[in-house]
Design a protein around this ligand. Structure first.
Ligand code: DGI
Ligand code: FE
Ligand code: FE
Ligand code: FE
Length: 187
């Protein structure tokens, strides 16, 4: 699949602002891929496709989760966590996206997980630092991403966990596993 094809697939499903975010994530992912020696074309495709299911109806996403191999415990957590896993399944079924590196980067782009691949980490970080983002602390993560991808991912996870804890929200286990794993890896 070429970038143009991927854009044609996602565009009808996204609002303008989400589409603009998607293109900025793609540019950021390509920059990171070139810096960290990951296949830039794959990173670009994963980025273009990552929020494909963002606006799917909740009942459609929950149905996909129940009927696929996806872990059903996602349904016990915030529905914001469903669109990545759901997209990884639907893009394979309906558009033949079978590449496992691309599919897992899409799957885990919101939660992260332990032992993330470089491809997964790049999409996770690109989604967090794309130039349209204005989270508290994002500038520090952008700077860190220039020299230390794992530390940038760790910082994004730390910030997100702090944000969720601060509003008395639950945190999906994979997010903690990602944080713990990177805490040990970055020394
Ligand atoms: O789809 P995007 O808006 O581009 O970004 P995303 O897919 O990374 O969604 C991130 C939001 O999900 C983040 O602002 C907080 C929310 N969220 C809710 N529960 C969790 C969570 N994020 C993580 N990492 N873990 C959670 O358990
Ligand atoms: Fe997302
Ligand atoms: Fe299931
Ligand atoms: Fe996104």
């Amino acid at each position: 699949m070429k970038a143009d094809e991927a854009i044609d697939i996602v565009k009808p499903h996204l609002k303008q602002e989400r589409f603009d975010h998607t293109l900025r994530v793609a540019d950021t992912a390509v920059e990171l891929a070139e810096k960290y020696d990951v296949q830039a074309e794959k990173a670009e495709l994963a980025a273009i496709l990552h929020d494909y299911a963002k606006y799917f109806p909740l009942d459609k996403m929950s149905q996909i989760i129940k009927e696929s191999e996806l872990p059903n415990d996602l349904l016990d957590y915030h529905h914001e966590l469903w669109h990545g896993p759901a997209a990884s399944v639907i893009l394979q079924q309906e558009y033949g996206v079978t590449d496992s590196e691309i599919r897992s980067a899409i799957h885990y782009h919101t939660t992260g997980r332990a032992n993330m691949s470089q491809m997964e980490t790049i999409l996770f970080v690109a989604d967090y630092i794309e130039p349209g983002r204005s989270f508290p602390g994002v500038q520090e993560v952008r700077e860190t991403a220039k020299t230390d991808l794992d530390r940038a991912a760790w910082m994004a996870l730390r910030n997100t966990i702090q944000f969720l804890v601060g509003k008395q929200a639950t945190v999906y286990p994979d997010t903690f596993y990602a944080y713990n794993d990177l805490t040990l890896r970055i020394t």
